[in-house]
Design a binder for this molecule. Structure first.
Ligand SMILES: C[S@@+](CC[C@H](N)C(=O)[O-])C[C@H]1O[C@@H](n2cnc3c(N)ncnc32)[C@H](O)[C@@H]1O
Length: 219
């Protein structure tokens, strides 16, 4: 088996992207598991996870690393979140904000097996309701299908450390279905520019056609 490290906690296993599982034997979305000695690798599907797609498409900075605390906005049923949980490991924490009841039900089952994933059943606009639990995070990951994605990010930015990174999947169709996607992305980046500078812009094709993935650094 050929294993290469791409980032701390992120690997290529026989050419496939993977993380080292912190919940041995537990699958979250039907992913393949492969044992190598003590370590069990979980294959990370770039068609199911925008962060995986961004890494394959050449992401340069991944500040989500072992020991990090991550504020994850739009956790859904835990697909990408569970890989973030593997990356940050036992000494890190992932605060998983999700407002949909149904997704939260599945997410809770994932959190039960992973002590570093803390479910927060809230609207990400209601930052005050969870700010005390989160404190100051090392990184934000945002993947919400919401028209006001930019203001939600700005509201949550106070929970990100200065100089910390936000990883954002911007969905143009959720923001303005009729507008040219490049204009929607430009407007999003301009609206958040008071608090963030753009470090990377990643086109996720062919894995995802609907989003632009951006890496932002808090000023
Ligand atoms: C595209 S899915 C996220 C997929 C997930 N990041 C992954 O890769 O596994 C978007 C999620 O954001 C949630 N969401 C949308 N607006 C939200 C808000 N204001 N607060 C919290 N969750 C929200 C939706 O319920 C949905 O589950």
């Amino acid at each position: 088996m050929e294993i290469n490290k791409l980032f701390p906690g992120v690997f290529r296993v026989d050419g496939r992207l993977a993380t080292a599982s912190i919940a041995r034997g537990a699958k979250v979305y039907g992913e393949d598991l492969t044992d190598q000695g003590e370590v069990q690798y979980r294959m990370w599907n770039p068609y199911r996870s925008k962060l995986a797609a961004a890494i394959i498409k050449g992401l340069r900075t991944l500040s989500i690393r072992p020991g990090s605390s991550v504020l994850y906005l739009g956790a859904s049923t835990g697909t990408t979140c569970s890989h973030v949980s593997d990356i940050v490991g036992e000494k890190g924490l992932v605060y998983c904000v999700e407002m949909a009841e149904r997704s939260m039900r599945d997410l809770l089952k994932v959190c039960e097996k992973r002590g570093n994933m803390l479910p927060i059943h809230k609207d990400a606009r209601d930052v005050d309701s969870y700010a005390g639990d989160v404190g100051i995070a090392d990184a934000i990951y945002q993947d919400l299908s919401a028209r006001d994605q930019d203001s939600i990010l700005l509201l949550n930015a106070r929970l990100l450390k200065k100089g910390g990174y936000a990883y954002v999947a911007i969905k143009s169709q959720s923001i303005d279905v009729a507008a040219d996607p490049d204009k929607v992305y430009g407007r999003f980046l301009s609206n958040v520019s008071t608090m963030f500078c753009v470090e990377e812009r990643i086109d996720l094709m062919p894995y995802d056609k609907l989003h632009l993935f951006v890496v932002l650094k808090k000023r």
